[in-house]
Design a protein around this ligand. Sequence first.
Ligand code: NA7
Length: 557
Amino acid sequence: MAHMDQHSHKPKENGAVEHYDVVVIGAGFGGLYALHHLRGMGLSVRVYDGAAGVGGTWWWNRYPGARVDFPGSPFYCYTFSEELVREWDWPETQPDQPSVLAYLEYVADRFDLRRDIQFETWMRDACYDEEAQRWRLETSAGERISAQFLICAVGTLSATHKPDIPGLDTFAGECYHTGRWPHEPVSFAGKRVGVIGTGSSGVQSIPEIAREAAYLTVFQRTPQYSIPVRNRPMDPEVVRQARENWAAIRAKMTASPLGAPFEVSERSAFEDTPEQRQALYEELWQKGGFHILFGSYADILTNKEANRTLADFVRGKIGEIVRDPATAEKLMPDYYLGTKRQLLDDGYYETFNRDNVALVDLRQDPIQEILPEGVRTANSEHLLDMLVLATGFDAITGALLRLNPRGRGGASLEEKWRTRFDSYLGMTVADFPNLFMIHGPGSPSVLFNMPLGAELESAWIGDCVRYLRTHGLGAIEPTPDAEQRWDREVAGIANETLYPLTDSWYTGANIPGKHRQFCVYLGGPDYFRRLAEVAAQGYEGFVFEPEYGQLTEELAS
Ligand code: NA7
């Protein structure tokens, strides 16, 4: 391929600028595959990650109980290599964090990825040099780098959200955020522990903490619906069939709404009688996982009344499981089921039957302040030795904004996204040439199989780079008009559903001051068809510059 590998990719020791074809930020599922794919095309690629190892979200989220919620092994994994599918044995249907991390470490070694990754390196600055048609980057250690293409694989759930609660920094005990969990073992034994937050991280960790702690106080702002995860050891027959038919299974995953090879229902909840619905919900509750949400009825997430039938069923389960009626009442959710990230648990509601667990309903009894010795709510003081913040993330856009690249004219992404998270195809941004996002706002990201989505997005980026190189083009960026059309397309699909009606991290409502926008493309496989169409039409919606990039004096030094 013309022009490829034209720049040295040996790290410089004398402080000079290092040049690459591609810089990838992030060594999670997205970044690792981008490296493998683009390096395989003959491009020089360098990956940077602030963590000390591969894994992205699976490197950071080591809290007890952290587990895959996506429907089952061996499907939440890379799909591109049949050898890899044959080599890797997943122990359970819903792998825990150590298993996923071990898998990604294996992948990094298996495909010899580590030699092109620099760990413990945060990117401090990213600025597009219009004259050079290259990104100029600077690491936190002051290293200077240039790359024609910048791929932000910074993660959708990586910018942790630390709540702005008065006195939080004065707490004298141990304090951990689930998304920045320590690597050393954390002991809860004999301790009074408080957990703030009851999203996935809270609901997964609370039963584990309760088993060990002397006393656990759960501070809940919004009660949520949770479904039993029903994790099981892998069935060897499922593994055998997957390995023998991987190409067909991969095709099925790519064409399915969630990126998983499972049937989704096409029937309305009102095609069944109430008794039939109840029987189906009971069957799928026993089966566990996302099946009850996506495998029951097609209109659960689009029709308020259909949604209510399932919400009532789950509220009934909470009432049956939790023995104390006052506690059960506090745990009853009242939003449209599934419109916040659907929680899966292993004994969450049962945990509130334990003698050493208390639930504080912050809607009735809000936190006033955090004291050195605990949490003071309106009605009480809770003495604690440890505080666990399961308070989530500035999702989807947060990590991109923390990087805050500067595009044409030095304008920052923060300025660009002040009122709307505009993108084209969820992957590119007008005025930010040669920048690509994996799982950016406006892509299917968290509502599609993320490893598979990352593979398909990286492949599209690779094709796009190849197109530029073979046509003598130096830069590509979308037009503002294409962004507006994409925004309408994403919003149009979302507005047919109940998702935008709920305060959630999908809509940005969990972050004070963040503007409300539902940032997930809900069309599933239609997204990848749209990507293919755009490419087939000569990258419709994009503008190009011929290649004229000259290394500016600063970059050449
Ligand atoms: P989530 O799902 O955003 O949950 C965060 C929780 O923390 C949620 O219950 C919040 O209540 C609560 N929260 C946030 N800020 C506060 C303050 N200031 N006071 C009290 N409670 C607060 O994050 P997770 O880490 O659990 O899950 C994120 C994803 O990671 C998950 O879906 C998986 O895909 C992996 P709220 O509901 O906003 O009232």
